[in-house]
Design a protein around this ligand. Structure first.
Ligand SMILES: Cc1cc2nc3c(=O)[nH]c(=O)nc-3n(C[C@H](O)[C@H](O)[C@H](O)COP(=O)(O)OP(=O)(O)OC[C@H]3O[C@@H](n4cnc5c(N)ncnc54)[C@H](O)[C@@H]3O)c2cc1C
Length: 358
């Protein structure tokens, strides 16, 4: 049965859900006061379940790998280029190298081989790295420019969905009047009663323009400080390089701070000295939508006709195509992945969350 669907939030998640629902024949209205201006506008665009694997996040890794496999078709449909050069993990000193080896071990326990690289092999692959690097590893993953993806989705949807540039909520009219289902995809700002399910985790990130950009995504450790540099494809010999990102749980507005930006640039320049000559383009900050277990919230809720597609934390770009499919499946058949089911947090959990964050 075809549904009339209202989606609150037109970041990469809301837009990807809209695209999938329209493809399946449903009627969609998108509601957002500032489409594409949230975390999706800041994201580096690494599609890297392996590079972002953290201890205790095995389930997230499995969903990330599923979504990574959907990206080539998703990108082709949007006519958006993917970068396929892969990621180099790079260490500046022997303490940093321990971090690379720990990451390689963690990946091996998930059946992913990170090809370990001696110093000379690393420098041969990426001559722009500091000659002080001591070694690293290579991961076969991709990246994409999330701003290009959001723009492509908005263009594709422009004539197929109604767009309302206003804030929506879940009371009264917005909930059920002129539609069958409401999907909440408002990133780090969930409306009540779900607001306690996400916490804002500020990420500061910098964009520079370089005529000598790295060839690969670099995820480095520079004397204990973690930093990444994600190159975009060069135009007229100049490429944007995205340098990120800080991570801080906070209650204030997501602003880029002098301390955060200088730490990122110091670490990036230590690893990739040529960035000294790059043109500074932008420093911004946005909130990542973190959940209590760092897994997204995708599926039906206790409120009839309300589905969540939120809480994608550090992985919303990577997880966009999978989330879109899961949300459309939920609308059509009620199917939900138990690990992502928003109802895994019972009302009692919400109360205790409220207590701990009060
Ligand atoms: C610095 C940084 C780097 C990142 N790098 C990566 C990366 O490399 N790879 C990766 O996979 N992920 C990355 N992420 C995470 C990723 O950006 C997020 O997980 C993803 O953008 C979440 O998308 P979203 O659509 O849920 O939220 P958002 O992009 O935040 O969109 C939410 C939308 O909801 C709208 N909205 C808010 N309130 C309302 C309302 N009441 N009614 C209607 N609309 C509303 C907002 O205007 C906004 O447009 C990064 C995040 C940050 C901050």
């Amino acid at each position: 049965m075809l549904s009339r669907v209202k989606i609150l939030g037109a970041g990469i998640i809301g837009l990807a859900c809209a695209d999938e629902l329209v493809r399946r024949g449903h009627r969609v209205t998108l509601v957002d006061p500032a489409p594409g201006s949230g975390a999706s506008h800041a994201a580096a665009g690494m599609l890297s379940p392996a590079g972002e694997l953290w201890h205790g996040e095995s389930e997230l890794f499995v969903f990330g790998a599923r979504s990574a496999a959907l990206w080539p078709d998703f990108a082709a449909r949007l006519d958006v280029p993917l970068r396929e050069e892969g990621t180099l993990l790079a260490a500046l000193d022997h303490g940093d190298l321990q971090q690379v080896l720990r990451q390689a071990e963690l990946l091996a326990s998930h059946d992913v081989t990170a090809e370990q690289l001696a110093r000379d092999e690393l420098l041969a692959l990426e001559p722009g790295l500091s000659d002080r690097v001591v070694g690293g590893a290579r991961l076969p993953d991709r990246s994409v420019d999330p701003r290009v993806v959001v723009a492509a989705l908005r263009r594709r949807l422009a004539s197929r969905v109604e767009v309302v540039e206003a804030a929506g909520d879940l009371d009264g009219l917005d909930r059920r009047a002129d539609h069958d289902v409401t999907i909440v995809a408002t990133g780090a700002l969930l409306p009540a009663p779900f607001d306690r399910l996400v916490r804002p985790v500020r990420g500061e990130i910098v964009r520079v323009r370089s005529s000598d950009p790295p060839r690969h995504t670099i995820r480095g450790w520079a004397h204990g400080e973690q930093v990444y540099a994600v190159p975009r494809t060069a135009r007229a010999g100049v490429a944007e390089v995205v340098v990120g990102a800080t991570s801080e749980e906070h209650n204030g507005p997501p602003v880029a701070t002098v301390g955060g930006v200088s730490r990122l640039l110091d670490s990036a320049r230590r690893l990739i000295p040529g960035l000294d000559r790059a043109e500074f383009a932008e420093a911004i900050a946005r909130d990542r939508p973190g959940t209590p277990d760092n897994l997204p919230l995708v599926g039906a809720t206790d409120l009839e006709g309300v589905i969540l597609a939120a809480g994608h934390f550090r992985h919303g770009v990577l997880l966009a195509p999978l989330t879109a499919q899961l949300v459309a499946d939920q609308v059509e058949s009620g199917h939900v992945e138990p690990a992502l089911d928003p109802r895994r947090f019972a009302r009692s959990d919400l109360t205790s969350l409220e207590r701990t964050t009060a």
